[in-house]
Design a protein around this ligand. Structure first.
Ligand code: PEP
Ligand code: MG
Length: 581
């Protein structure tokens, strides 16, 4: 049996399935009235114990994974201090004279149903928080050992409805060969954690937990996003081959870790990584990235209950800058909220077309104080590395000017209190709106650099929602229409002496790399796992060859034609494709 989901972290794993969440029947006991005070006290003691466990976990996570992961536990602690959850359970114990476990189960069910029924993925994710907290409390109340992933007799393939933050904090590469979840997308907590720990993972499988039994033999394909349950001998041998090739290529690619990113005829480019938190920066550096080409700061704002302070942000940006240190560029993008990225605490009205909505820089320019706090945090971090700032979703010159004016105010705030920052910090913009590409000649006069965001540029150019799987034939960034816009942006940037980067997923797409290079792109920023394959691909081509390829691609009639053409010229790319993401 084969289940298909979303490839969340690359690689292959096989072994016996370990079902993390086995629904247990909660014992329901009717209390005598005089027992309720005792029961409330038992519940309160469990809550206090949970808080101290969470504080310990928070400390451990802060040290190993960085501030934003630790923040998840802070939000759990807040829930345990909040009457909405704890008070309601106590009310049920006293009002309905039921035991603490039953009251806990009822409150959890109420809240989980409430959050899951909301038409907002981020609210839906809060349901997972309540399940996690409830599981911990239930373990403490019943004295049953919390399942410790550290004690797993692995390696196993972990199968869960979702992997909670506390579960993730206990994962160990030696014991967990792979991880599969019923829910989640490539941006869910579990996917982010799996990628940063390099544990192959597939999420969004819908019914993995109900399709297999503990101990079933499974194969997890984190490249295609599949889970095979009790596979045939032929399937096992095919996957063994794929895994061997994958691992051999990864081993071989390590020879390129400290090599320069250079074509066969000596053209040097920069291969940087996209990150969402400081821990990713360390991972990126260890995977050969030459800097950070895109720090998606909104990920620091997500998975929590309130806005991060300037201080918290400063700490995260500084950590990322320090992970590279010295001259390596660290491009920090200001908040890009909206589209498919919402903050549950921001309470924004629903929009008909969120991707075309009130988002990113449009929002920041109105939320001046919050925006300036972020700008000050980035400026302060610039004293610790080669930090550059980048504004998302710029569509007009006026937006760029307004953002720069606020940056000047943020600098004045710091000057007034004598705080040090990089005075000549470069200020760039994302080119993701076709309007910005079309006026890139004007924008190039006022921005220090461009970074082309093809994930959005493609969806706006092709009028095809990037999250709609039915439109995937329209959202291949290698389409000549998009390539023509990219060429325009690069040419206009270069005419003003500005460097041009590309940080959409396309940057790590091996078939697209020769074309982008041929169009004159200076820098690439991609997911960390794609850096070494990209460096290998570069070493096998000449700049002259890529120029010819780009010219030909611009004249082609479809993205398929461009892909077939690149593969025909560079057949070895197909092999390397396995380790593309
Ligand atoms: C892009 O649009 O290409 C991009 C890099 O930004 P994001 O994916 O965060 O929208
Ligand atoms: Mg974008």
């Amino acid at each position: 049996m084969k289940l298909t989901g979303i490839a969340a972290a690359p690689g292959y794993a096989w072994g016996h399935a370990f079902l993390l969440e086995q629904a247990k029947e909660v014992e329901r006991i009717q209390l005598r009235p005089e027992k309720s005070t005792e029961e409330v006290a038992r519940f309160t003691a469990a809550v206090e114990q949970a808080v101290s466990q969470l504080k310990e976990l928070q400390e451990r996570t802060r040290a190993t994974m960085g501030l934003d992961y630790a923040e998840i536990f802070e939000s759990h602690i807040m829930v345990l201090k909040d009457e909405e959850f704890v008070g309601r359970a106590k009310e049920l114990i006293v009002g309905q004279l039921i035991n603490a476990e039953a009251a806990l189960s009822d409150v959890t069910q109420e809240l989980v149903q409430f959050f899951e029924s909301m038409d907002n993925v981020y609210m839906n994710e809060r349901a997972a928080d309540f399940r996690d907290i409830s599981k911990r409390l239930h373990g403490l109340l019943t004295g049953s050992e919390q399942l410790s992933l550290c004690d797993l007799d692995g390696p196993v393939v972990l199968i869960a409805h979702d992997l909670t933050p506390s579960d993730s904090a206990q994962l160990e590469r030696e014991r967990v060969a792979g991880f599969a979840a019923n829910i989640g997308g490539s941006m869910s907590h579990s996917a982010i954690m799996a990628r940063s720990m390099e544990i192959p993972a597939v999420v969004g499988l819908k019914n993995a937990t109900s399709s297999l039994n503990n101990g079933d033999f499974v194969i997890l394909d984190g490249v295609k996003g599949e889970l095979l349950i009790n596979p045939t001998a032929e399937q096992v041998s095919a996957y063994r081959k794929a895994k061997e090739t994958y691992e051999r290529q990864r081993e071989e690619s390590k020879a390129y870790l400290y090599a320069p990113s250079v074509t066969a005829d000596g053209k040097i480019v920069e291969l940087a990584a996209n990150i969402g938190n400081p821990a990713d920066a360390v991972h990126a550096r260890n995977n050969g990235a030459e800097g950070i080409g895109l720090f998606r700061t909104e990920l620091l704002f997500m998975g929590r209950r309130n806005w991060p302070t300037e201080e918290e942000q400063f700490y995260a940006y500084k950590l990322a800058a320090e992970a590279f240190g010295g001259m390596s560029p660290i491009v920090i993008r200001t908040l890009d909220i909206g589209g498919d990225k919402e903050l549950d605490y921001a309470k924004r009205p629903r929009e008909r077309n969120p991707f075309l909505g009130y988002r990113a820089i449009r929002l920041s320019l109105d939320e001046r104080d919050r925006f300036k706090a972020q700008l000050r945090a980035i400026l302060r971090a610039s004293a610790f590395g080669n930090v550059k700032i980048m504004f998302p979703m710029i569509a007009t010159l006026q937006e760029l000017r307004a953002a720069k004016a606020l940056l000047a105010e943020a600098k004045a705030d710091l000057d007034a209190i004598g705080v040090n920052y990089r005075h000549r910090m470069e200020v760039g913009i994302m080119i993701e709106v076709p309007a910005a590409a079309l006026i890139s000649d004007q924008l190039a006069k006022e921005a220090d650099f461009f970074s082309i965001g093809t994930n959005d540029l493609v969806q706006f150019t092709m009028a095809a929602d990037r999250t709609n799987e039915k439109l995937s034939h329209l959202t291949d960034p290698i389409h000549p229409a998009v390539l023509r816009l990219i060429r325009l942006v690069i040419d206009n940037g270069h005419k003003e002496g500005k460097w041009v980067s590309l940080c959409g997923e396309m940057a790590g797409d091996l078939a697209a790399i020769p074309i982008m290079l041929g169009l004159g792109l200076d820098r690439f920023s991609m997911n960390a796992g794609a850096v070494l394959p990209a460096r290998i691909a570069l070493s096998a081509i000449t700049a002259a060859q890529t120029k010819e390829m780009a010219e030909a691609a611009l004249r082609m009639e479809s993205s398929d034609e461009v892909r077939d053409y690149v593969h025909a010229i560079m057949p070895h790319l197909r092999e390397l494709f396995q380790i593309r993401r």
